[in-house]
Design a protein around this ligand. Structure first.
Ligand code: ADP
Ligand code: MG
Length: 696
């Protein structure tokens, strides 16, 4: 889009604040603003007026339907479209949309994953308007962002706890700020999700059942070259990809999604998109929309977008970096300023963050656990499954000095500078870009890098927000009832003690090294390598107490999430095993048998001519051995998978999938991939890694 077109069309498909101001009577607009900005509940008269204005706007933009858009527990987004049509009884219709329809909906919810919640309670759930994310139009449908809850109030979705955790954090962060003499109207989280993805030819995607059904390649011999030449990262973008990215930007901008950076990533065919950060729950919604657009728009260019964490072996997988901070009326609370050592308010929040991550490393790990992400965490290019915090060259010495009391002692008794410096941080550029840390301080925000590319960022942000809220409350308790004179001394003591008690989680070294695994074990840090290892944290009594204390999730809701995630793991692996068995029997075995059969015929023909076909004989032998191996391993995998499905206990089922089915899948893959390296291309039934990763 040309520059003026970009500014004209930015947000054109979103019912923005400006639209509301323009279309609503002043008192209604003011009241609605109170609802949105102060979290008040909306009354029906106001809702009716807002719904009417929203509908008029939507009709002008060509919308015919509306939907309550929400995030079910399987993490993607859901929508059911209702048209605005209301029959008048005389054969004509009116386009109507009431306040009630805006505020509350009742999707037929029985088929959404609920972790057993609705079996215990009501069969139905309802969606409630979340006015924080503005309504938008997608494919002629007015989408109203909502939370999804049961009749008894249990959260059936991922957004409700996210909103609750933001309320909890805001409350506690405001208490901290009040102690520093500040009374901001709002404290919000800020989130900027960097999204990685692969683009391959749609024809290759369609030719592979594994990609179509599971999002990743379950077979495939190593490509002749990988990413070792490092030519792809930031390299020139393919014309088809470039055209795709342009349309993507245009479409995202229309939805007011501030897509900012796009570039090639390290692996061949891998790319990244980063928006400008926004308020937390809005950024999460926008990331979900972005993921949907990525997939839809790719097909316009004959491309398929792969959002799986590990679509290909041998090259990097895809993550999503959750850049996170807090802002008080727009001012970043993690801005260290030029002298972080004297910026007490910054140090308090930094200490709270470090303590939150150390105490709830298990929950952070569980929040990003999935069958897909298990292939990535701990692999070469991804952060390890051990949660640690990177502070960098500029901050680590400050923290060490504080722990050793050096600098701090000199300051004791003096009043510290309690102000948030207006100067921009000099740290940003000084900070090492440590790419191996799962939780890195990058200048004025933290970057949680363990998240998987296809995951909904609600989960990790719920944990982060709640865990930080808890530490903020601890700080308030610690300094409670102190006089103004004592405050800075006591606050500094809190900072020092907190860093001292949680120093074990701070690690600035290479997170990919084996030495770190040993060192982390010595420090007593958790190393939860797989999803079945990580998920029980969700129902650990101490963690249940944390979430209940801040009214983010109760025990029932947590249990439901545990069950939903644990079931998801088993279901995904069951599908993957099924697809492997299917492909082996219907595609690979017939191909290899046909090839070896043809060569065997050639051997016999040549023998009749008195020619000894040495190479052919060796090849037939190898192909036959491979055929036998694949045949046996397929039967074994099928049997193991059947056995797994019979296990009633969900934790035991997940363990069995990890310990028995996954190794069976690996063994079958190895056998098939070996055959791929000796089978003629014309016989091979699916596109190879060379084809898929290095297309022109
Ligand atoms: P990188 O070097 O990791 O590629 P950048 O510094 O360009 O990253 O930022 C990556 C993401 O972090 C962007 O989406 C950006 O908007 C976001 N970001 C920057 N500041 C903040 C902040 N205060 N809170 C949350 N996200 C932020
Ligand atoms: Mg990043």
């Amino acid at each position: 889009m040309a520059q003026d077109k970009v500014t004209a069309e930015f947000g054109s498909l979103v019912f923005t604040d400006a639209d509301m101001r323009q279309r609503l009577p002043k008192p209604t607009y003011r009241e609605l603003n109170r609802v949105i900005k102060e979290g008040k509940s909306i009354d029906l008269d106001i809702a009716n007026e807002v719904a009417h204005a929203m509908k008029e706007w939507a009709l002008e933009k060509g919308a015919t339907h509306f939907t309550h858009w929400f995030q079910p527990l399987n993490g993607i987004t859901s929508e059911k479209h209702d048209s605005f049509i209301t029959p008048l009884g005389d054969g004509t219709v009116l386009m109507a949309f009431s306040g009630k329809e805006l505020v509350q909906g009742e999707p037929d919810a029985s088929s959404f994953p609920n972790g057993g919640l609705r079996a215990t309670f009501e069969a139905r759930g309802y969606t409630v308007w979340d006015p924080i994310t503005p309504p938008f139009i997608k494919d002629e449908v007015l989408c109203i962002p909502t939370a999804f809850i049961s009749y008894t109030g249990e959260a059936l979705d991922k957004k409700t706890p996210l909103l609750r955790s933001e309320v909890a954090l805001e409350r506690q962060a405001k208490r901290v700020l009040a102690l520093f003499g500040r009374e901001p109207k709002r404290v919000t989280t800020t989130v900027g999700p960097e999204q990685e993805y692969f683009l391959i030819k749609e024809s290759d995607f369609e030719a592979r059942a594994d990609l179509r059904l599971t999002g990743r390649t379950l077979f495939g011999a190593a490509p002749s070259k990988g990413q070792e030449l490092e030519e792809h990262y930031f390299g020139a973008i393919r014309p088809s990809v470039n055209a795709f990215m342009k349309e993507l930007d245009d479409e995202l901008w229309k939805l007011a999604i501030p897509a900012k950076t796009k570039h090639n990533e390290v692996a061949p065919c891998q790319h990244e998109l980063a928006p400008i950060f926004e308020q937390g729950s809005l950024a999460v919604d926008e990331n979900l929309l972005t993921m949907e657009k990525l997939k839809l728009l790719a097909t316009n260019y004959g491309l398929a977008c792969l959002e799986h964490e590990r679509p290909f072996e041998y090259v990097n997988g895809s993550g999503k970096h959750d850049n996170w901070s807090m802002a008080a009326d727009g001012r970043n609370l993690l801005e260290p300023g030029p002298h972080p050592e004297d910026n007490l308010q910054f140090l308090v929040f930094l200490a709270c963050l470090v303590a939150a991550v150390d105490e709830h490393a298990d929950l952070l790990r569980a929040s990003v656990a999935s069958a897909g992400n298990d292939h990535r965490l701990g692999a070469n290019e991804a952060p390890p499954a051990i949660v640690s915090v990177f502070l960098g060259d500029a901050l680590s010495p400050v923290v060490e000095a504080l722990i050793k009391k050096e600098h701090a002692e000199a300051q004791e008794g003096e009043r510290m500078d309690l102000g948030v410096p207006a100067l921009p941080a000099i740290l940003r550029d000084n900070t090492d870009r440590n790419r191996t840390s799962p939780f890195a301080f990058t200048g004025n925000k933290f970057e949680f890098r363990m998240c998987g590319s296809q995951q909904n960022l609600s989960d990790p942000n719920v944990v982060l927000n709640t865990a930080v809220a808890e530490q903020c409350e601890r700080f308030c308790d610690y300094v409670a009832d102190r006089s103004d004179e004592e405050f800075s001394v006591v606050a500094l003591r809190f900072v020092r003690h907190t860093f001292r008690d949680h120093q074990r989680v701070i690690f600035d070294g290479n997170g990919y090294s084996d030495a770190w695994e040993d060192e982390a074990a010595r420090r007593g840090l958790l190393n939860l390598k797989t999803t079945p290892d990580a998920l029980p944290a969700l129902i650990d009594p101490a963690n249940v107490a944390l979430f209940e204390r801040y009214h983010v999730l109760n025990e029932t809701e947590l249990h439901a999430r545990y069950v939903a995630k644990a079931e998801q793991y088993a279901k995904l692996l069951n599908i993957e095993a099924n697809v492997m068995v299917h492909m082996a029997r219907h595609e690979y075995l017939p191909a290899i048998i046909a090839y070896s059969g043809d060569i065997a015929t050639a051997v016999a023909t040549k023998a009749e001519l008195g020619i000894e076909a040495l190479a052919e004989k060796t090849l037939v032998k190898a192909l036959t051995e491979g055929t036998n191996a694949i045949y046996t391993l397929t039967a074994e995998l099928d049997a193991k998978n059947s056995q797994a499905r019979e296990i009633d206990d969900i934790a035991a089922r997940d363990d069995f999938y990890r310990d028995e089915v996954l190794p069976g899948m690996d063994a079958l893959r190895t056998a098939v991939d070996e055959m791929e390296t000796i089978c003629a291309k014309s016989y091979w039934p699916v596109p190879s890694y060379n084809d898929m990763l290095f297309y022109v």
